[in-house]
Design a protein around this ligand. Structure first.
Ligand code: GAR
Length: 193
């Protein structure tokens, strides 16, 4: 199998991006080509650099330019794009250039608590406000509408009335650390992505 080149897009802390980097370290079949980040002060920038990863910083205006992301990914021969807490909308032409080759992680059991404005703690707040008995993660392909692409895998965790936004977030992060990189590897190895 030809080595697959991954691009990781991240905007924040980067716990998902880091676990993906660590998961594929030393794997000759998967190469993390770069981490793209749209926030200069995001913790992922220094954390990825400390692991000797190439970090590409971009502006929100660049993300919205029609050809910026497509050119960047094509020039770097990217096979698969991973949205690891990337909070900008992915432009349509990148989705068309990478059909079912862009994977997102969302911190709820889609279709519940997805859509515009639903990210990070906003999702956990909505879950808490709705008195949900469970929450979880959805790993899915990216389509033109927020959080509606084909779901690859979902994992759930039980909630109780004592749970706060912080404990819900911790439960969800635990699922992300256990499953995200493993599911990406499964898509590459078993489904030829
Ligand atoms: C993660 O919980 C991820 O599921 C979520 O942002 C967090 C990023 O954390 N993504 C979304 O809400 C996308 N709508 P990280 O920067 O530590 O990986």
């Amino acid at each position: 199998m030809k080595t697959k080149n991954l691009a990781l897009f991240a905007s924040g802390t980067g716990s998902n991006a880091l676990s993906i980097i660590q998961h594929f370290e030393g794997n000759p079949k998967v190469n993390v080509a770069f981490i793209l980040c749209n926030k200069t002060t995001a913790p992922i920038v220094e954390r990825a650099k400390s692991l000797h990863q190439r970090v590409i910083l971009c502006t929100n205006a660049e993300v919205e330019q029609p050809h910026f992301l497509v050119n960047l990914c094509k020039e770097n021969e990217i096979d698969l794009i991973i949205l690891a807490g990337f909070l900008r909308k992915i432009p349509t032409n990148l989705i068309l250039a990478y059909p079912e080759k862009i994977i997102n992680i969302h911190p709820s059991l889609l279709p519940k608590f997805g859509g515009a404005g639903m990210y990070g703690a906003h999702v956990h707040q909505a879950v808490k406000d709705a008195n949900e008995k469970e929450t979880g993660i959805s790993i899915h392909y990216v389509s033109e509408e927020f959080d509606t692409g084909r779901i690859i895998a979902q994992f759930s965790v039980l909630l109780n009335s004592q749970d706060t936004i912080v404990t819900i977030q911790k439960k969800v992060q635990k699922l992300e650390q256990i499953h995200f990189a493993r599911i990406i590897e499964q898509e590459i190895v078993e489904n030829g992505k």
